[in-house]
Design a protein around this ligand. Sequence first.
Ligand code: TRP
Length: 457
Amino acid sequence: MAVTPSIHGMWSTRLAFILAATGSAVGLGNVWKFPYITGENGGGAFVLIYLLCVLFIGIPIMMAEILIGRRGRQSPINTMRTLAQAENRHGFWQLVGWGGMIAGFLIISYYSVIAGWALAYVFRAADGHFTALTGPEAEALFGDLVGDPERLLAWHTIFMVMTAIVVSRGVRSGLEQAVRFLMPALFLLLLALVGYALNTGQFMQGLEFLFVPHFEKLTAGAVITAMGHAFFTLSLGMGAIMMYGSYLDRHTSITRSAVLIALLDTLVALLAGMAIFPIVFANGLEPGAGPGLVFLTLPIAFGNMAGGLFFGTLFFILLVFAAWTSAISLIEPAVAWLVENQGMQRVRATVIVAILAWFLGILTILSFNQWAFSFPFAGEVKSNGIFDLIDILTANFMLPLGGLAMAVFAGWMMARRSTLEELQLPDGWIYRSWRFAVRYISPLGVLLVFLHGMGVL
Ligand code: TRP
């Protein structure tokens, strides 16, 4: 099937695909979200559940998502419809594509606002705001930013325009070029930060927090959050990776790509954690400080180290780039769908999607100031109104459900010979383990976590 290329274009090389998919996976999820939710959920045990979910649920589903995309060669909605038809399955499978598109809209709406914080911090770093910064000063600096909806709106707008520009340029000249140099640079800088934390932070206390599990701290909600984060950080469950798979040539190994992408993504998250928690403990900050955590800790680190002005600026620039290469993958499916079904030009489609997402983003902006309120069920954890609601709905529910559906589709709905052909594996233990995983382990894993979260288990 699908020997014809995608109408939207194709990756120029195998490396381009790996970089783009890694660019999608590595983003705010690793550097911003992972540390703060780990802090809110008590550390080690949460991290362990997250790692198990990446391994047993994430990697098999990533393979399923790429293979479905490559076989369908269209936007997730049309890919699911085409493949369901080819496998003689019901047309409702295209709902997976629709759900994914909606999840993508919801995620990009807040993602762009947070990326706007990172943009703002590039300038705060560059003009010396971090110099000799103390804990309370860092809190004031952050509070000033998120308390001001107009400023947040300005940065959100700039980031959304940046995202739209890349997406409107298309697969080769847009997406590909953006990721070539940025990912390696971010990686190196994180290593340097870990080096700083090693010398000045409470390094052992940080490591202990991250890696020593205390299962008594693990709430039912935390288990769902850990699984949701595995989906979020790997960009799974909404069709972003499916879309990127649709631009992939027939010869690239899906298995090796998926393992590599997951490995790199996990490494970046763990490095970010190892850089951040030692600084948290050394400066008397709260691990459960919430979404502001990296914006409190890292400025302190940069403000008190040699060359901090330079490295701080560089770091936030790279964080913006990491967010940028993720954001494009969040709207690419919707844009591709408009091009396919409405016969729209790519540029026009991008503008429409970006404007819709921009409007939705206003809800998140107001969550941190005018509309800040706490949900009664949030208990001890500080809540940020509608932002939390969107985040929990997408990461904890829509993505795992989308991923579950993809696993079931690849494992049960597609003929064995179709998936075998698409993965281009010999009919040996690797293929069989994968098939076993998408048929049983991933779906049951998702269900177990849901049941546990609802208090049934
Ligand atoms: N994975 C990205 C991050 O960690 C966010 C992201 C990009 C995403 N594309 C996605 C999340 C698709 C879910 C689905 O920052």
